[in-house]
Design a protein around this ligand. Structure first.
Ligand SMILES: NC(=O)c1ccc[n+]([C@@H]2O[C@H](COP(=O)([O-])OP(=O)(O)OC[C@H]3O[C@@H](n4cnc5c(N)ncnc54)[C@H](O)[C@@H]3O)[C@@H](O)[C@H]2O)c1
Length: 319
């Protein structure tokens, strides 16, 4: 069966209105969609409009038009996922990270939704292959994994399961890219998808460097934020090293520096994640942050993130 044309997507159901669901809701509203959100928790339902409104100044700074109030007129929140998916053209599932719960939700949503609608799950760690087992139309399920907070970070990782159709994965990539996200396709299901694996690889060595006394927590952080981290907002590790090879590009980089890099690889470590390291890392970040609260740090991160996003892709180009 062919899938709904992208231009006919008007209403998005957001299942689960917690951290990720509320942020996704704000982003979908900023794209002009009607959003039907669901959450069985009355506290979450009460909090959701406020969480969406809190994202709005940031979305406005990135080019969203209209006020939070105007956007919230297109937002509704329901107790049941079955109410939320009524009339939905796309579903973004953000329920708690429990396989049986997601299997049940997804099979019920699948039964209620026309077969030409794609369903995306925000799951960080579950496989589409495992989540789609109870679905009558498993071919329309993809993992559509955002990076927190989804209303700001462009990356969406699209992963199909064993029964997902190529068409559904392509549809999801095209859908997000048409609205200013940068969707990438993960061709094989692996734990952590791509970006979290890369983060995990880096943090493994970062923790090892602290544990083995090579540098302090703060200096390891500075080695990234004041160094390669600045370039990584512009280009990834392959393009960065393509430039590292000078006019010879990646070919020269490979011939010239891979032998040295292999000796570094041989020396990379695995930290022992014990209570002593926990204390070392907690003490290290406590010293690093000084008197800044977590809320201060998050606000600083988001403000600078918006500035970076506007430099990399001006609001006018994104809207
Ligand atoms: N937090 C992150 O950084 C992050 C990043 C990317 C992806 N994710 C993924 O997003 C999903 C949601 O994570 P979160 O951090 O928003 O969790 P959360 O705990 O903040 O929110 C989950 C929400 O789901 C609601 N819920 C419980 N049962 C439900 C049901 N049957 N139907 C609908 N909603 C239900 C809860 O009441 C809660 O409000 C997870 O799969 C997680 O792996 C999280």
């Amino acid at each position: 069966m062919s899938l709904l044309d992208l231009e006919n997507v008007k209403t998005v159901a957001v299942i689960g209105g917690g951290t990720i669901g509320a942020s996704w809701s704000a982003w979908f509203l900023a794209q002009g969609f009607t959003v039907r959100c669901s959450d069985p928790s009355s506290a979450a339902r009460d909090a959701a409009p406020g969480l969406v409104a809190a994202c709005w100044p940031q979305l406005s700074a990135l080019g969203a038009s209209g006020s939070a109030q105007e956007a919230l007129a297109r937002f509704s929140i329901w107790e049941s996922h079955l109410q939320a998916v009524e009339g939905a053209d796309y579903v973004q599932e953000n329920a708690p990270e429990r396989l049986e719960l997601k299997q049940r939700l997804l099979s019920e949503i699948d039964a209620a939704l026309p077969a030409d609608r794609v369903i995306g799950s925000s799951t960080s760690g579950l496989k589409a292959s495992d989540m789609q087992t109870g679905m009558t139309h498993p071919e329309r399920l993809v993992v559509a994994h955002p990076f927190n907070p989804p209303h700001l970070i462009p990356l969406v990782e699209i992963v199909g399961g064993k029964q997902t159709s190529e068409e559904a994965a392509d549809w999801a990539v095209a859908f997000f890219n048409a609205h200013g996200k940068r969707a990438i396709q993960v061709r094989r299901e692996v734990p952590g998808h791509i970006a979290n694996r890369l983060q995990a690889a880096l943090w493994k060595e970062a923790a090892y460097l602290v544990q083995s006394g090579v540098a302090s927590v703060e200096d390891v952080d500075l080695a990234i934020s004041e160094g390669p981290g600045l370039r990584w907002a512009i280009m990834g590790p392959h393009l960065t090293f393509h430039l590292g090879g000078g006019t010879g590009g990646m070919a020269h980089f490979y011939d010239h520096l891979v032998p040295a890099m292999q000796t570094w690889w041989a020396d990379l470590g695995t930290p022992t994640m014990d209570a002593a390291l926990r204390e070392q890392l907690v003490d290290g970040v406590t010293q690093e942050v000084g008197d800044r609260s977590i809320a201060d740090l998050a606000a600083e991160r988001d403000r600078k993130l918006i500035d970076i996003l506007n430099v990399l892709s001006p609001a006018a180009k994104r809207s």
